[in-house]
Design a protein around this ligand. Structure first.
Ligand code: 5GP
Ligand code: ZN
Length: 144
């Protein structure tokens, strides 16, 4: 396992710091958030130390969505009135505090509890959207 001796979440994976384990696979570990935004708020972390999503090998990321789905179902997402958010912050400006990639699975019981976010939409022109689209497609082609 590619872990970092001084990282809080690596220590949780190794059991050096206690946590309320919810689920794990060979590639990810899921446990209760210590300061939940709502009851059941769970974190999923790859068993690989990296700061941001793009630092993590695909084989670890591949387990994240299936495990998030299991956790959501465990807190009742199969029922229409149970809503939730899946969130992942990359970088301090983007509200990341613990610098080991983690995916939040957060029940949204009411408007005031769970994840509360701003959504500062913009309204670019079609030309602006086309330019952004062309740039992304070009960079994606370069990354194959
Ligand atoms: P971030 O803002 O980095 O996306 O979120 C970090 C999350 O980790 C926070 O929701 C915080 O409550 C949680 N957290 C920080 N330290 C610990 C800890 O020692 N144990 C657990 N279980 N959660 C933690
Ligand atoms: Zn780590």
């Amino acid at each position: 396992m590619a872990l970092n001796a001084s990282c809080l979440f690596c220590k949780i994976i190794k059991g050096e710091i206690p946590s309320y384990k919810v689920y794990e696979t060979a590639k990810v570990y899921a446990f209760l958030d210590i300061n939940p935004l709502a009851e059941g708020h769970t974190l999923i972390i790859p068993k690989y130390h990296g700061e941001r999503t793009h630092d993590i090998p695909d084989e670890y990321l591949a387990d994240v969505a299936p495990v998030a789905k299991k956790i959501a179902l465990a807190f009742g997402a199969g029922s229409d009135d149970v809503e939730y958010n899946i969130l992942q912050n990359n970088g301090t400006l983007a509200h990341q505090v613990v610098m080991h990639v983690h995916y939040h699975v957060i029940p949204k019981p009411t408007a005031e509890s769970g994840l509360v976010i701003g959504w500062p939409q913009t309204a670019p022109s079609q030309d602006d959207l086309k330019a952004v689209h062309a740039k992304l497609i070009k960079n994606l082609e370069g990354s194959e």
